[in-house]
Design a binder for this molecule. Structure first.
Ligand SMILES: [Zn+2]
Length: 386
């Protein structure tokens, strides 16, 4: 049974039990005169109907469903499930806070195996965002990830790249994260290649932490699937030919402008001298976007104390400074992530898909700042906003 069918049955079962207790028949709900951004395109002034946990129709004409509850949607927009594509979750409450503001899933990009497996236990719970994780990221002695002084497995003589990847997969890693931080110890080309090859054998993706364009290009050449940050260290800027290679190899970029901005705020003058300016970083992302490289929204919370709620929408505003259209920003937070990570739990809003959506006051497709407005969230057709 696939995940969506399984969840649909579970929710129907809950709904049935509720109906038995309350005597209320399970009805259709129609949100009328609402704009719907389905993950790819905008449907203006439509009727959006769902029944139990399933979307029934998105139509220009009103369709009468017997006993349908109606919600007035004038001036509002329905948004697809958003996902924060780069986080480090501190505790389970972060999953709850995120879902409450329309972030239906979070992708952890480096944590302990034990913590990841504990958080995965909430993946069937109604009130928590779905949790994906790389578990521990791949690094070497002195490499990025070791500076926190937490005991983690690192790639060395006793743990080969192949062994490291197999262990993470055995610990339920959803993808493999590689750490290649330019200012710390760097992995060899051979080690990187072995990690990528072994990960692909298990039909999983590799995502890499980089800060320097040269490292990004090396990883692209070796077949990595996505960049977990954009490059921001001072170096020759990316060329059209290099971006064409990224496009051709179907690389995605999670720029995490949020963390780059915070990092700059916390850098001293010597460190700043080695970094691109924020405007230059925006321009590099703009070039990647214009070249057709998929851009994904992620913040890298909780670094620098960033939260798991509004910071995600701050990232949207930062992406708008890179020239992304409002629709493309909303895609960066939804369908670009479903597609890049080949997620089975999430898809565009459409008839027969799960009623996971957010109803927001305003029109973020026209004014991206509206993304901060009041929101109501439905998961499996149940309003969960508290
Ligand atoms: Zn990170």
């Amino acid at each position: 049974m696939n995940y969506q069918v399984k969840m649909k049955r579970l929710v129907l079962k809950i709904a049935g039990v509720l109906a038995a207790f309350t005597g209320i028949a399970q009805n259709y709900t129609t949100i009328s005169h609402v704009d719907v951004f389905d993950g790819s395109q905008l449907h203006k002034d439509v009727y959006f109907t769902f029944k139990d946990s399933v979307i029934i129709s998105i139509s220009k004409q009103p369709i009468k469903y017997k006993g349908a509850r109606e919600i007035e949607g004038t001036g509002k927009t329905i948004l697809p499930p958003f996902i924060n594509a780069h986080v480090h979750i501190a505790n389970v409450n972060n999953l709850k806070e995120a879902l409450n503001v329309g972030i239906f899933a979070m992708m952890d990009m480096f944590t302990l195996d034990r913590r990841a497996n504990n958080l995965r236990k909430y993946n069937d719970s109604l009130y928590y965002a779905h949790y994906y994780s790389s578990n521990v990221g791949a690094t070497i002695p002195g490499g990025h990830g070791t500076e926190y002084k937490v005991k983690i497995p690192v790639i060395e003589d006793s743990i080969t790249p192949v062994k490291f990847v197999r262990e993470r997969i055995a610990q339920n890693a959803d993808y493999i994260k590689i750490s290649q931080e330019h200012t710390m110890a760097l992995m060899s080309k051979v080690q990187l290649a072995e990690i990528i090859t072994e990960t692909h054998k298990h039909k999983k993706l590799t995502v890499v932490h980089i800060s320097h364009l040269a490292d990004a290009l090396q990883l692209v050449e070796l077949g990595v699937d996505g960049l977990a940050h954009t490059w921001y260290l001072k170096a020759p800027l990316v060329s059209k030919e290099q971006l064409d290679v990224m496009k051709e190899k179907k690389i995605f970029i999670i720029p995490t402008l949020s963390v780059i901005q915070k990092l700059k705020d916390n850098s001293d003058s010597t460190e700043l001298k080695n970094q691109l300016s924020l405007e230059e970083v925006f321009n590099e992302v703009k070039k990647a976007y214009k070249a057709g490289v998929p851009i994904l929204a992620g913040t890298d919370a909780q670094n620098f104390g960033m939260n798991f709620t509004t910071q995600f929408y701050d990232e949207f505003i930062l992406l708008s400074k890179c020239g992304l259209s409002n629709i493309d920003i909303l895609k960066a937070g939804s369908s670009n992530i479903y597609n890049a990570f080949k997620l089975k739990e999430f898809n565009n809003l459409a008839p027969n898909s799960i009623a996971n959506f957010t109803l927001i006051d305003g029109k973020p497709c026209l004014r991206i700042e509206d993304i901060y407005n009041q929101k109501k969230v439905w998961k499996f057709g149940i309003e969960i906003t508290t």
